[in-house]
Design a protein. Structure first.
Ligand SMILES: NC(=O)c1ccc[n+]([C@@H]2O[C@H](COP(=O)([O-])OP(=O)(O)OC[C@H]3O[C@@H](n4cnc5c(N)ncnc54)[C@H](OP(=O)(O)O)[C@@H]3O)[C@@H](O)[C@H]2O)c1
Length: 371
């Protein structure tokens, strides 16, 4: 095992936690101890990371003893309560929840777009954006650098797993209920078959359906995820006045979010130049040959790290605007991968500030070299 910083994974048993353990096993190992933390319900469970079985411990003050970096992959209220505890005990917190994204003293980081922000963390906490923002950010950050962004109009197609492990299970159960039936042919018949108890966290049945609602109701009919996408995109791009309007929709896809994007820029744009920018942007794959059926779909990109972009067109009535379709795995770039990338940047920073590691002492019996 390497002697890098000690890492706590808080929420190791959840949907994002499961993918995080896979990423930690696949990426270059920069960590010393890795400690797995979850609720008391999961204490004592054993999970595999870096090829070893590791016992889950319950979230408590002592869970952060000796920890340098703490990944928080837990619900917002749990992060709000415990991230400051971990930070006060000396850990740098990387939080995936909504708890700190809007806090002006907490940077909101997408390493492909604003990596410099990770060092400005007066509270010792760095936040990772919502999965929908993260699906959009590498693409729109690159186009902003090339063209200067003025306005975004976005419709999302969000997978069930974006609402967590129990939501993904609810979709599977709904699908098994409606398969091999003629449900979906009469008004309300899917809702009646699924029943209130079978809805899971969704505001309507998701099998054979789409639900134009994610998050909680905020002001004027907007949902928290729609306004969150707006504020988070502004914060990550450093464009506080950017015009953004979003409609967030849950669709019967298990993993991977998609977005249809209308992006307006400072001057005229061309598809050729947009292709050049997107083809060379980190974390982005350009997949745009509709004439042979090549465009991203959520089922095709699941399990992959980058976000995929296709259907790039210039708006028919506005030479300054582009239409795009973007897909990305909400559990990888949309959550675990982005947090892992941030944590690895912090690990590199900690290693640099610790200075060069001392050379191992030569054994006294070694012959001296040279004259
Ligand atoms: N799913 C996504 O696509 C996605 C994307 C971006 C960000 N996020 C954010 O990432 C966080 C985790 O999401 P998820 O989808 O992985 O949720 P999840 O599947 O419901 O998992 C929740 C995790 O939090 C733990 N937990 C819950 N209550 C706890 C408590 N009181 N003390 C300690 N641990 C507790 C659970 O442990 P037990 O197993 O012991 O209950 C589990 O490990 C959320 O804030 C979510 O908003 C999710």
């Amino acid at each position: 095992m390497s002697r890098g910083p000690a890492l706590a994974v808080v929420g190791a048993t959840g949907a994002v936690g499961e993918v995080m353990l896979r990423i930690l096993s696949q990426h270059a190992d920069v960590w010393g101890e890795i400690r797995l933390v979850a609720s008391p319900r999961s204490a004592g469970r054993k999970l595999a990371v870096r090829g070893e079985e590791c016992e889950v411990v319950a979230l408590a003050d002592e869970a952060f003893d000796g920890i340098d970096v703490a990944l928080f992959l837990v619900p917002g209220e749990v992060s709000a309560r415990w991230a400051p505890v971990a930070a006060a005990r000396g850990a740098v917190v990387v939080d995936s929840s909504p708890a700190f994204r809007a806090d002006p003293e907490v940077p909101l980081v997408v390493p492909e777009v604003n990596p410099h922000a990770v060092r400005l963390r007066p509270r010792g906490i760095v936040a990772s954006p919502h999965d929908t923002t993260l699906t959009l950010a590498p693409v729109i950050g690159a186009l902003h650098a090339g063209f200067g962004l003025r306005e975004l109009v976005v419709a999302s197609y969000q997978a069930a797993s974006g609402a967590g492990r129990d939501a993904a299970r609810a979709l599977r159960e709904q699908i098994s209920l409606v398969a091999d039936s003629d449900l979906g042919t009469g008004p309300g018949d899917v809702r009646r078959a699924v029943g209130e108890d079978g809805l899971g966290p969704f505001s309507g049945p998701l099998a054979l359906n789409v639900v134009p609602w994610t998050g909680e109701l905020l002001g004027d009919g907007w949902s928290s995820e729609e306004l969150g996408l707006r504020e988070e995109t502004r914060k990550v791009l450093g464009l506080p006045g950017l015009r953004v309007a979003a409609t967030c929709v849950r669709v019967p896809v298990l993993i991977s979010h998609s977005l249809a994007v209308h992006a307006r820029f400072e001057g005229e744009v061309t598809v050729d130049r947009a292709h050049e920018i997107l083809a060379t942007s980190p974390g982005v794959v350009l997949y745009d040959q509709p004439e042979v059926g090549d465009f991203p779909t959520p089922a095709d990109v699941v399990g992959t790290d980058p976000v995929w972009v296709g259907r790039v067109r210039r708006a028919p009535d506005d030479p300054t605007a582009l239409e795009l379709f973007v897909c990305g795995d909400n559990l990888r770039k949309g959550a675990a991968l982005n947090s892992a990338q941030i944590a690895e940047m912090v690990a590199a920073e900690l290693a640099a500030s610790a200075g060069p590691s001392p050379l191992p002492a030569e054994p006294s019996s070694a012959p001296s070299s040279g004259g």
